[in-house]
Design a protein around this ligand. Structure first.
Ligand code: B4P
Length: 191
């Protein structure tokens, strides 16, 4: 099985590249951001609970995303592998993911961190906000999301570097150029 984490700041291209990776390697795509947005749009109890946090650019509580991920891994236990998009976002989530995968006799194969300058992140997200109307893609929330990323999420890189699983990839350029770089990193793991 090929289990890939796609990691990086908001707007780095995680969702975009995950779709390409999923199609090419036939993996199950698990995006915690998408799962949460679905709860929001259906206005479930959970959606109402996380609405304010997300609209302000904060992380939602670890327990919520961990429960969602656990359920999806169980549901797709026969899949070729997973792409974890936007998860883990804290060291605690990374530790739990290792435990969860161990339960299923699996492990993280590699982590890909897409590196993009802050200036480019902001302009991509403002453009997306204008086109899609996604409520957290406004200037104030984008700044908060980037700050949250630097403080709570970026340290997750060290966790995977210590396991020799972290691949830092230049996330600038066209979507195809970035995808080519990602494929080079995945190749040795795709036996
Ligand atoms: P996410 O949905 O993960 O949102 P994101 O970080 O903005 O990434 P996304 O995948 O959408 O965007 P992408 O970089 O592909 O999370 C949303 C919120 O949910 C979080 O703020 C948090 O509140 C909560 N949450 C999610 N997971 C959580 C967790 N594990 N723990 C706690 N809270 C959690 O793309 C951005 C834009 O760039 C797109 O418009 C795209 O078209 C464009 N783009 C991509 N590649 C490009 C390129 N090469 N060139 C130019 N533009 C490009």
């Amino acid at each position: 099985m090929l289990n890939i984490i796609i990691f990086g700041a908001p707007g780095c291209g995680k969702g975009t590249q995950s779709e390409k990776i999923t199609a090419k390697y036939q993996l199950t795509h698990l995006s915690t951001g998408e799962m949460l947005r679905e709860e929001l749009s259906k206005q479930t109890e959970l959606g109402k609970q996380v609405e304010l946090l997300m609209s302000q650019g904060h992380l939602v509580p670890d327990e919520i995303v961990i429960k969602m991920i656990r359920e999806r891994i169980e549901l797709h236990r026969d899949s070729h592998g997973f792409i974890f998009d936007g998860f883990p976002r804290t060291i605690y989530q990374a530790e739990i993911l290792d435990q969860l995968l161990t339960e299923f006799k699996q492990t993280v194969s590699l982590m890909i961190s897409l590196e993009v300058s802050e200036e480019e992140l902001v302009s991509r997200l403002i453009l997306r906000g204008a086109q899609s109307g996604r409520s957290d893609d406004n200037e104030v929330t984008i700044k908060n999301r980037i700050t949250t990323y630097q403080k709570n999420t970026r340290p997750v890189i060290d966790y995977y570097q210590n396991q020799n699983k972290c691949h830092m990839i230049n996330g600038s350029g066209t979507m195809e150029e970035v995808f080519d770089r990602i494929n080079q990193a995945i190749k040795p793991y795709d036996a």
